[in-house]
Design a protein. Structure first.
Lengths: 306, 306
């Protein structure tokens, strides 16, 4: 065991961050229930999961005559859940085998939990409003319940005022280039939206605007003060022809989404939603540099942790 | 896709069971927070997990120079968490590769969620009291909030009265043989405890009574009306010599618990706790035969499910 590994469990720093994370969960869950959402169970293993076409590796194992993958996000399952329930949320543990290059960003974990939410029939604007109210509620709740913890971190939490500023992807990109998120995150004083990502930057399930080909009805929420990305979300593709078209554009193997595509053929509801990382939110709320400090058992890219 | 697989999502049956499960989670989480517990994050992957020395297969995958296993239960991590916090709980998704023989019991899933809880310095009696109050609270909450759902299932929920009856393992075994749990579960009208399991029936981490070698300070809670096991728990071994002794008795490879044993050498607190399955509780509350009906995405032994 590395020196300090045992001792970190008695540090006030870790204890306070875990208390704040627990408080964030409480505020999220109760707020959503009070607003008509049903909590569903996480899916940890499935033959089909979010492809995440960036550099994340695949984790999986054989079982009887098939193969399970570990959930990278519950997007496909959230869409199917809406066949049963109109408004769902889940605290969804995700496993993403990130490359070792991401070990020191302070923002990446191989295992993390996101609050994942989806609403049948919703537009992007509906979701922006839900997020703004939810985030404001959570920050108020933490400010009220975690006074000692925030004092410990010497953190003054400013409660942002909805509606948050919206910045179009192509404006941000034209002005700052690829590092726009980082520049803007440092510049801004409260959370803000990046909207309208180009379709080749995102997954197949984010819905292309019918009136603006190549532009998605999606969004990221970015924390201020350099804390970077808070959440990703958007309206979803639900028409099977469009889903297959987007999968082909991204050169995905349709066979890997066989069951999902059968559901789409029979009919998925239109929807919109998002996923917001609990560890990144805790990092922002506590003002921490290293996301590791928000976890009892951090799993860092490139190493095996308990 | 099998016939009916799409249609089941529009059935009232599934929707109502999921609503009840959501309500159970709400009641558990809020009750525990109000009683001084901190919610911790699930651990999905770790190099070390509960060995579960019965017939459950191992799920895992390689990552860089090591190997991750999927969590079968968070027992080892719960004990370590108590170095930071005195009272913890977690909604912990577990993956257990059960053999196909368990496919039709109506009670077994390959993936399920348990409320897992641990208290530093607690005795078994402390935990019996916590469980009795928690279960009573949850049933009252469901009765109050899920009237429509219980009506749909034509289910009259009787609120049990603590303290629940305690039956010693050897009494039950001598009277009914190996099937004592099933017989007693059918016979009883409210939940009851089986206590004092023999040490070769259980895992290494359940604490042997110092004054009664071979007998554990552990317990199962059993539902009435034939619904069977609700939870398992007990006091824990925390002395490294005793842990190693128990591991050797069970012919476990110490190398597979290398990091855990290093924590034990440096010092783990004494503790007691339990894990209670949400799907089995939902099955009991709704009076369902098949645990599959409590899941949007059931994973059954011997097959690959979405």
């Amino acid at each position: 065991m590395k020196k300090g590994c045992y001792d970190r469990y008695s540090e006030e720093r870790l204890k306070n961050a875990i208390n704040v994370k627990s408080c964030i969960r409480e505020a999220m869950g109760n707020y959503l229930r009070n607003n008509g959402f049903t909590e569903i169970s996480p899916v940890i293993i499935s033959p089909e999961t979010d492809p995440l076409h960036h550099s994340t590796g695949k984790a999986g194992f054989e079982y009887y005559k098939g193969r399970y993958q570990l959930t990278k996000s519950m997007i496909l399952h959230k869409q199917i859940s809406l066949l049963a329930l109109d408004k769902v949320f889940v605290f969804s543990p995700n496993v993403r085998l990130e490359p070792v290059e991401l070990a020191d960003t302070g923002k990446h974990l191989v295992e993390f939990t996101q609050l994942d939410l989806e609403v049948a029939g919703a537009t992007r604007d509906d979701i922006l409003t839900i997020v703004e109210e939810l985030v404001t509620h959570v920050l108020n709740h933490v400010k009220d319940k975690c006074k000692e913890e925030l004092d410990y971190f010497d953190r003054e939490l400013n409660i942002p005022k909805p509606p948050f500023e919206k910045i179009k992807y192509h404006h941000a990109y034209n002005k700052y280039g690829r590092i726009f998120e980082e520049v803007l995150s440092h510049e801004k004083q409260q959370p803000f939206w990046i909207i309208d990502f180009p379709s080749d930057e995102r997954e197949f399930y984010d819905r292309e605007d019918p009136s603006r080909p190549g532009i998605l009805m999606d969004m990221d929420l970015i924390y201020p003060e350099g804390f970077g990305e808070a959440l990703s979300g958007g309206e979803r593709e639900f028409d099977p022809k469009r889903i297959v078209g987007r999968m082909n554009e991204q050169e995905l193997e349709l066979e890997e989404f066989k069951l999902y595509l059968e559901f789409a053929e029979k009919g998925l509801p239109s929807s919109a939603g998002f996923g917001i990382g609990l560890e990144r939110m805790t990092r922002f709320v506590c003002g921490l540099n290293d996301i590791k400090d928000t976890c009892l058992f951090p799993k860092m890219p490139g190493t095996i942790g308990l």
